[in-house]
Design a protein around this ligand. Structure first.
Ligand code: FES
Length: 340
């Protein structure tokens, strides 16, 4: 029996391309060697950038490889191509257009503009790219930031958009003993220089979808969602209805509520629901942002959803939205990977 498998990639714009994959070779390695623009980053199962859906044939993840893929995602056909080997000829669907992966990540320097604590556990870091530097990104994608004085990098999705460049705004969760958190608390000041690299990731706003958008954000998962909302606002033409469900553990951990109010003024189609797990009062809903999604929220067969937050939130939101009738292929998600 042949040890070479024919693997086909179907891009969202209708383009398809195939590659021969050797036994033991990862599907991602074979695709990249053939110049197929598959979005990727870590090549080790930890960033989810290379996610694709197996729609035909058999392909499994390497035995013993650890990854961020949820069991439910695997069962639904999702695969991380960097850890996937083809067992038969097979076909993968990629949920982005064939030109989306063509943007190469670049390295750049950026200056710190400001560092502000915006909640008990969230810091807003405003950066400005150095003169002559440029780093384009789609709303929802992430960049990597090297913590000054270390070899440690952390990944953050800008809350700003490419239209705001050379300014970049990050919302960073403060972690006890976190390397970045300590730098932000003890050392960061205006005009410090940071090394950044990007863009990375396949979680980004799909363009020109007129159907309703449901967005679910937990904690600093709000950052890429803000970028998406601002991009939708700036798109020419009619805006889709947008429902944002955002939640944190306590009222003291909420942030950017004024920014959301402002966006509601600019975007009458935007509805927000803000929830907290504990001590809800006033307009705040009790519970998590998935609880705040209601049966009547999925009103259109082509509705799309963007989810960003901890893995359990992503799993619960996906299950609920599919149960309510949202098509699984219309759900885009980015889960926080734990920092090492
Ligand atoms: S490139 Fe496959 S998970 Fe990061």
């Amino acid at each position: 029996m042949s040890s070479v498998r024919n693997v086909t990639f179907n891009f969202r714009d209708g383009k398809a391309t195939s590659v021969a994959v050797q036994q033991g070779e990862s599907v991602l390695d074979a695709a990249l060697a053939a110049g197929i623009p598959v979005i990727h980053q870590c090549r080790s199962g930890s960033c989810s950038s290379c996610m694709a859906k197996l729609v035909e044939g058999r392909a499994g993840m390497r035995a013993g490889a650890s990854s961020t893929l949820l069991r439910s995602e695997y069962d639904a056909g999702d695969r991380l191509l960097c850890l996937t080997e083809a067992e038969t000829d097979c076909t993968f669907a990629l949920n982005y257009a064939s030109d989306a992966g063509a943007t190469q990540a670049v390295q750049a320097h950026a200056f710190v503009d400001s560092v502000d604590k915006v909640a008990t556990n969230v810091v807003r870091l405003r950066l400005e790219l150095a003169e002559g530097a440029w780093l384009d990104f789609k709303p929802g994608q992430f960049i990597q930031v090297r913590v000054p004085g270390t070899n440690v990098t952390r990944s953050y999705s800008p809350a700003s958009t490419a239209s705001d460049l050379p300014k970049i705004e990050l919302l960073i969760r403060v972690l006890e003993d976190g390397v970045m958190s300590k730098w932000l608390e003890l050392d960061a000041k205006p005009d410090d220089v940071l090394e950044i690299e990007g863009p990375f990731g396949s979680f980004f706003l799909r363009e020109k979808v007129p159907a309703p958008h449901i967005m679910v954000a937990g904690g600093t998962g709000l950052a890429p969602i803000l970028s998406m909302i601002d991009s939708l606002r700036r798109q020419p033409g009619r805006k889709p209805p947008i429902l944002l469900s955002f939640g944190c553990a306590t009222p003291e951990q909420l942030f950017c509520l004024d920014d959301l109010e402002l966006r509601k003024q600019w975007l009458p189609n935007l509805t927000t629901r803000i929830s907290v797990d504990h001590h809800a009062s006033g307009d705040l809903l009790a519970g998590n942002p998935v609880d705040a999604i209601r049966d009547a929220d999925v009103t259109h067969e082509n509705a799309v959803a963007y989810l960003c937050g901890p893995p359990r939130m992503i799993e619960a939101a996906t299950t609920k939205l599919v149960t309510l009738g949202l098509r699984p292929e219309n759900i885009y998600a980015e889960q926080f990977a734990p920092s090492n």
